[in-house]
Design a protein around this ligand. Structure first.
Ligand code: DC
Length: 214
């Protein structure tokens, strides 16, 4: 049976950790769609293209060979045969990804690739911003995983270091861009169950979600 579990929510809410744990519990694959937008952004920057150049960026999205695989709790990304796993998490990509993700040609190409991935894998846990609203509106379970901006910033700092006030400000700015863009903004999909992870250990979140499974 093909089961799709859609997980959306703002940056740093714990979606990846939760998504991987739920995928392991259900015995299906896990797809981090944010890594795909980051991979396109990386390819755009490597080519010296302006991330706001709609046509050039759209052409990159449809022409690159993009492989994505989740191994030992880590999303491994290859762009045109080169390992981009570390580069897609860097500052440059993080600063430019919202502009690339607002590009409608990029979005339609990524949505096509995400649906192909699910068809090839016989279902899966798919995580992003528009999964329950646009990519898989008929998913068996739709979740909107969130937490306060402060808590999300504290988690990011614990993982990657940095100043918590600065990280919180950049998280709020990225949420604003992701929620206000015209094409597929971050929204709570209709029928999505909201899971607020503020003050909740991740294993408790996973247990709560597994109990919701149909
Ligand atoms: O989840 P993340 O922080 O790695 O996502 C990177 C960016 O990609 C984020 O700013 C929002 C965008 N994104 C999107 O627009 N749609 C998705 N399905 C996933 C991510």
């Amino acid at each position: 049976m093909t089961i799709v579990i859609a997980i959306d929510g703002p940056a740093g809410a714990g979606k990846s950790t939760v998504g991987r744990a739920v995928a392991a519990e259900v015995g299906v694959g896990y797809l981090d769609t944010g890594a795909m937008y980051r991979a396109v952004t990386h390819a755009v920057l490597c080519r010296g293209i302006d991330p706001h150049d709609t046509d050039e960026v759209g052409a990159v999205a449809s022409s690159i060979e993009l492989d994505i695989d989740d191994i030992d709790g880590r999303t491994i990304v290859t762009v045109d045969g080169d390992d981009a796993t570390a580069a897609i998490r860097g500052r440059e990509v993080t600063g430019a990804v919202s502009a690339v993700a607002a590009n409608s040609s990029v979005r339609s190409e990524m949505v096509r690739r995400q649906r192909d991935w699910v068809a090839a894998h016989g279902g899966g846990v798919v995580e992003g911003r528009d999964i329950g609203s646009v990519v898989f509106p008929d998913a068996a379970l739709k979740l909107f995983v969130t937490a306060s901006a402060r808590v999300r910033a504290e988690r990011r700092v614990a993982e990657l270091g940095g100043d918590v006030d600065e990280v919180e400000a950049s998280i709020i700015e990225r949420d604003r861009k992701d929620s206000s863009r015209a094409d597929s903004p971050l929204v709570e999909a209709s029928g999505a169950k909201v899971v607020d992870t503020t003050g909740m250990p991740i294993d408790a979140v996973v247990r709560e979600i597994v109990e919701m499974l149909p």
